[in-house]
Design a protein around this ligand. Sequence first.
Ligand SMILES: [Ca+2]
Ligand SMILES: [Ca+2]
Length: 553
Amino acid sequence: MKIKTTFLLFILPFFTFAQGPWEFNTAGNTEGWIATQGSAGASGILTATGTFIRYITITGTSSTARNPTFTNATANMDGTAFNSIQIRVKNGSRATYLRVLADGTSYYSIITESDIDYKTYTIVLNRIGTIVSIAFEFRLYDGTTGGANYVPQATLPTSVGTNIDIDYIRPFNVVTPTRNVFNFNTASDVEGFTTLTRSTAIQAADGPNGTLKMTSTVVSALESKVALNAGTFTVDGTNKYAHVTLKNSSTNTRFVLNANGITYFPYQAYTISDATYKTYDFNLSTWADGNQQPEFGFSVQNTWLATSTYAVNDLVVFQNSTYRNTTGTNTATTPKLDPTNWVLQGIEGALLDITNSIYIDNIVFDNIAVVPTKFGAIYTAAKNKIVEVMWSTYNELNVKGYYVQRSNDGVRFSDLFFVTAKNLQESRYDFTDRTISTDAIVYYRIKALDNDGTISFSSVVKINLQNTNSSAISLVNPVKSKTLQMQLNGLQNGNYQVKVQSLEGSLVLYKNLPIQNTSSSVSLSLPSTISKGFYILTVTGNEFRYASKIIIE
Ligand SMILES: [Ca+2]
Ligand SMILES: [Ca+2]
């Protein structure tokens, strides 16, 4: 009996030392972890707040104080039961690469620098037996496997005195096979989409579709996010794509996919207040192979442009907020950081829709490039009952051609003209309609016909020929010296909006134009960086609409 008691006391320390997860939820207890910075072991101060541990970077030198490192020399993690280690960290430092040393063997993950949110990184170790010592070393990603030394410097951009906060470190088991398809069809199953920022995501039914119902919850200058738990998704190979089918019933106008510090935009224009579902395709071919941590971000698209000129009282959208210009000046800093010229209207972030939801029906990661022809912008310009219809397309593949269609009611369209497709990556077309006899409201759209008979349509544009007084606006065209000069005659007093867009639809100039005189000369500076070529100018307001193709020389 006495011998057995001695034996139990002897083996007890082994169980005590088999550790993890490390949650850091006790103030003053770093749970065996220490922080150092540098190959010379410059000691750092590690604080346990009661929910996380914090290290504040110190000034480095290339030979000694570099690479902030968190070490647990007696981690004793069970590498057989857990094939991975997971760390939830808010990396406020400028380090971009995380090296994990498991008993001296290196593993890596790219991380987000200067992060304002926590992110969970899962590093697959695939070791057998006890891993005695574990260290996390913050380095720089340089395209090599090992990364480069990260040396916090006091010089700009400053990186000294930034925080690295760790919420937890957990032994983790990556479940195989990995999942690439998410349907959200089973009640209460969010299929791993549990890491959320400024939003909720619950499984919900929407009509016949099981969905991931995502709702922004906080009025904020930052986007709201849903992230897929690490380790449940992987796609390898040369071509990597994501296809997300969703219905955006909110008024949030921006939908992106973030991963590895890169922001991806869908091929398709993101629509708001949708009544039906729509599939958005992302090309993720620049991702590394292996496990990824895709994160969907929802917000309101900025309308502020650093290169645009603005007048007093012009309103812009920046970071889900409305700013008003107070001086007629626009510096290259953001409206938020430029209180001399811009003032916040209302509450910061108030434009983020926290009432209406985004319903994600399914998400598929695969190697299948979906490149149906995508319509870019479609424009019309009219003068004296002659209408010019212009459109651009992307990813033309096996397209036979396009029908220009016209309608008097916006519902029933008939074919006007057929043009053969160029089948290029990017194409532009135009057609001039000289067959209109009355000053009526007319509608146009483009019908694309594929070689296999598939038909798709562009959006519909409406033009009121009564409001296209050809003498209302005269232009200096081509535009010289990057200055747009217009003479306006006979327009009703009021506010008008001037837009210059590329043929691909990107906005290069947006300006409010208050008109108080029946005859006005307007001179607008275009961004100095604007490329030469064709653009579309539109002037709208007071039921008036004018559009013209312009050449910038
Ligand atoms: Ca914690
Ligand atoms: Ca579904």
